[in-house]
Design a protein around this ligand. Structure first.
Ligand SMILES: *Cc1c(COP(=O)(O)O)cnc(C)c1O
Ligand code: SF4
Length: 436
């Protein structure tokens, strides 16, 4: 166990955003063009990093290619050329923040801020009214978005939840009413899992997180069996589990959940093996596991960050070595700067398969590559040929209609396709079965 005497802990926590970005660039002696590009893109897309990422994760000798730099710093190509130029000119002219925001809003709205029908199709209703801050898409699992957890220690440039961070209250998911969830669970016996998500719920101080979790332990509503917490804190601020003032209290809260008989799974987002190689990240995982919680790992496959089978193989192996369980590889979603990150499904499948072949069965708990699309979670299960036609074999991991689960179906092979919407049904059929 690490303790405060180990000098690897930074003296204090420091956040950087668009406002104080000049400091990092001075600190790391970076060229001015980078600064201009970062300022321009971050007027549209959310940007934030902390001193742990700056000092421990990014390799500043390999800028801009470094995957962890790509993961957290906005790149000029993330905006459409025209949009970049317009925004850049506005900033140069020292336009007012208000006018910059107006221009930014227009660009943001053109970038599909809420993909896969999450705004219109996943929000549960009661007496004809939407219940805020929740999504219920698959029978067994309800997502809950605690208000104070709708931010992160750093913003991943590819984040599909980016719309949560741009100050647009009208399209934001958030609730501080945990009893609305308790109520909902009591009325929905099919739900066994609650997934706290965000943003990042572990951004919250323990005292606040406790207010959300304790009612679930005490009331044990409906058929609740498992609590999951989706988080990137083990990657972005592992001190949260070790030396933050309320780290011990957080561990006690985890222990309480486990002692109550509920399963607790920390769904950790790791994009690159380097995030789990630091001493402090490994100590954090170890400490989480010591509470009886389980750590499961997931991330999307993203160009510039982790589009290499060797990265995934090494990442899964490192996870298993420290006691964490590989869970999902996602296909990057069709939102935000998708053009910058996307990889054709064919290449995605090849990367997954090459990595999967290289690791032992203990790593093969990972599922994917999976698209979280409107009809469900759909994995690319193979590329094959039937009757002379080249095809993608696809399979529902989860279906909006539970009967679709584990169903396979075929699409015509398409070298360029990068999302479900790009695919056509195989065998000359009019439409996929789930659209009929
Ligand atoms: C992935 C996902 C879940 C959880 O699915 P599991 O297969 O149980 O991990 C729940 N809700 C939504 C909306 C999801 O995208
Ligand atoms: S930590 Fe998760 S929610 Fe936060 S920016 Fe990254 S991907 Fe998005």
């Amino acid at each position: 166990m690490l303790n405060k005497a180990d000098k690897i802990f930074p003296e204090k926590y420091k956040l950087y955003s668009r406002k104080n970005i000049d400091q990092i660039l001075r600190l790391k002696n970076l060229p001015r063009e980078l600064l201009v590009a970062i300022k321009t893109v971050s007027a549209v897309l959310p940007f934030r990093v902390n001193n742990y990422i700056i000092d421990e994760l990014i390799d500043w000798n390999n800028i801009p290619q470094d995957p962890l730099y790509q993961l957290t710093f906005p790149q000029p190509e993330m905006l459409d050329k025209q949009d970049f130029k317009q925004m850049n000119e506005l900033l140069m002219k020292k336009t007012s923040e208000k006018d910059i925001l107006t221009a930014a809003r227009k660009i943001q709205m053109s970038m599909n801020p809420h993909p896969a029908g999450q705004m219109d199709m996943n929000v549960p209703e009661e007496n004809g009214k939407n219940i805020n801050g929740m999504q219920h898409k698959y029978h067994e699992t309800v997502l809950f978005f605690p208000t104070q957890g709708q931010t992160c220690h750093a913003y991943c440039t590819y984040c599909f939840r980016w719309a949560q961070f741009i100050g647009l209250e009208s399209i934001k998911f958030a609730s501080s009413d945990i009893y609305a969830l308790v109520n909902y669970l009591q009325k929905h016996p099919e739900v066994t899992d609650v997934l706290f998500t965000g943003g990042d719920p572990l951004f919250m101080r323990t005292k606040i997180l406790r207010r959300y979790i304790e009612p679930l332990i005490k009331e044990r509503p409906g058929n609740l069996r498992s609590i999951r917490i989706g988080t990137k804190v083990p990657a972005y601020w592992p001190y949260r589990f070790l030396t933050d003032n309320d780290a011990d209290d957080l561990m006690r809260l985890f222990e309480q959940v486990v002692a109550s008989g509920l399963h607790l799974s920390i769904m950790s987002h790791f994009s690159h093996y380097r995030e789990i190689e630091t001493t402090v990240a490994q100590a954090a995982i170890k400490r989480i596991l010591s509470t009886g919680a389980v750590v499961r790992c997931q991330a999307p496959l993203v160009r510039h960050v982790n589009d290499d089978h060797a990265i995934w193989a090494k990442m899964w192996q490192t996870q298993v070595k420290i006691g964490a369980i590989p869970y999902y590889m996602f296909v990057e979603r069709d939102t935000g700067p998708k053009n910058y990150f996307e990889i054709p499904l064919e290449r995605t499948y090849r990367i997954f398969t090459k990595a999967y072949k290289k690791v032992s069965g203990l790593c093969r708990t990972v599922r994917g590559p999976s698209m979280s699309a409107t009809p469900g979670k759909i994995m690319i299960d193979g590329i094959t040929e039937i009757g002379g036609e080249k095809l993608f074999a696809l399979k529902f991991i989860q279906g909006r209609n539970p009967n679709w689960t584990n169903q396979i179906f075929f699409a015509r092979f398409d070298k360029e396709a990068s999302w479900l919407d790009d695919l056509e049904p195989a065998f000359g059929e009019e439409d996929f079965f789930f659209n009929q």
